[in-house]
Design a protein around this ligand. Structure first.
Ligand SMILES: C[S@@+](CC[C@H](N)C(=O)[O-])C[C@H]1O[C@@H](n2cnc3c(N)ncnc32)[C@H](O)[C@@H]1O
Length: 280
């Protein structure tokens, strides 16, 4: 079979299994097996594929068809223009979170490039490591309750040449973090346990500790709002990704705790997804 024929038949197979973006998935997997860029496939449609190439592809296609996330099969994900290792030790970084980091980058580029930040619930380390890469003068740490996630975050730091710049440590929220922070950034679990049945089979490959917070979903974010004032320096920023329809209750909690400059920002789908506030 040629490259084009394999792409067509794999796309059809994924369509039957209700895989989103079937052609794109087929292209990513074939490019991965061939060790080429996806775009290179377009210059090689007529190239015949050897059995030694088809056999590993078949296995990946079978696993993708059974609901394994593409990013786990590729082993990597792109986040804000950098490549991160990605596996079942931590949540697969989402495009929404790239928006959170973009908003933070534009804020700090216009305020100060020399700041102390912590990423709470760092997972694979994408937020902490992107901030450290973008702001060479900043002091950045990432914390997580999961040792598995911290191991992956440290591996990503090493691959990006940032191991000396970002400290990753185990902490339940801010427990083991030194106060005096200019920024607390957090993408904590915000799915309610009742919503489990509505999640796609792909999402269920993320670790439970990365998804679920409690019966409502916003419990950990609420806790962080309560604790953060003691860790922020005066005027420091709390920036959080939140779940759909959680913003009213969380803005009320920020107001009740006397945060100021509270703002809610939308993600690329127009959903209010991020809250920013200053304390003191
Ligand atoms: C939604 S994931 C976000 C991962 C990463 N920041 C990202 O955006 O891709 C939430 C992370 O919070 C961590 N977590 C859950 N409960 C926590 C807690 N009480 N304290 C610190 N981290 C926690 C999970 O282990 C998980 O890595």
């Amino acid at each position: 079979m040629t490259v084009l024929e394999v792409l067509q038949s794999t796309t059809g197979y994924f369509q039957k299994r209700n895989i989103d973006s079937p052609r794109l998935n087929a292209e990513h997997l074939l490019a991965h097996v061939l060790g080429r860029k996806r775009i290179d496939l377009y210059l090689a449609f007529e190239r015949p594929l050897a059995e030694s190439e088809l056999a590993p592809l078949r296995e990946l296609v079978r696993r993708r068809g059974a609901g394994e996330p593409l990013q786990h099969l590729l082993g990597t994900v792109e986040f804000c223009g950098r490549i991160f290792q990605c596996d079942n030790r931590a949540l697969i970084p989402r495009p929404e979170t790239e928006r959170l980091v973009e908003l933070l980058i534009s804020r700090f580029k216009s305020e100060t490039e020399c700041f102390r930040a912590v990423d709470i619930g760092t997972g694979s380390g994408v937020i902490a490591l992107t901030l450290a890469a973008e702001f060479p003068k900043a002091e950045v740490a990432g914390v997580d309750i999961s040792e598995d996630a911290l191991m992956l975050a440290r591996e990503n730091a090493g691959r990006l040449g940032l191991a000396d710049r970002v400290r990753f440590l185990r902490s339940n929220l801010l427990e083991n973090v030194q106060p005096g922070l200019d920024l607390i950034a957090a993408n904590l679990p915000y799915v309610s346990i009742e919503d489990r049945q509505n999640l796609s089979r792909e999402v269920l490959h993320d670790p439970e500790v990365a998804l679920f917070a409690g019966a409502r979903g916003d419990e950990l974010v609420q806790q962080l709002i309560g604790h953060a004032p003691s860790w922020l320096r005066p005027g420091g920023i709390l920036a959080m990704e939140i779940g759909i329809a959680q913003s009213d209750a969380l803005v009320a909690a920020l107001e009740e705790k006397n945060y100021r400059d509270i703002s809610a920002e939308k993600d690329y789908s127009g959903v209010i997804r991020f809250l920013f506030a200053r304390y003191g």
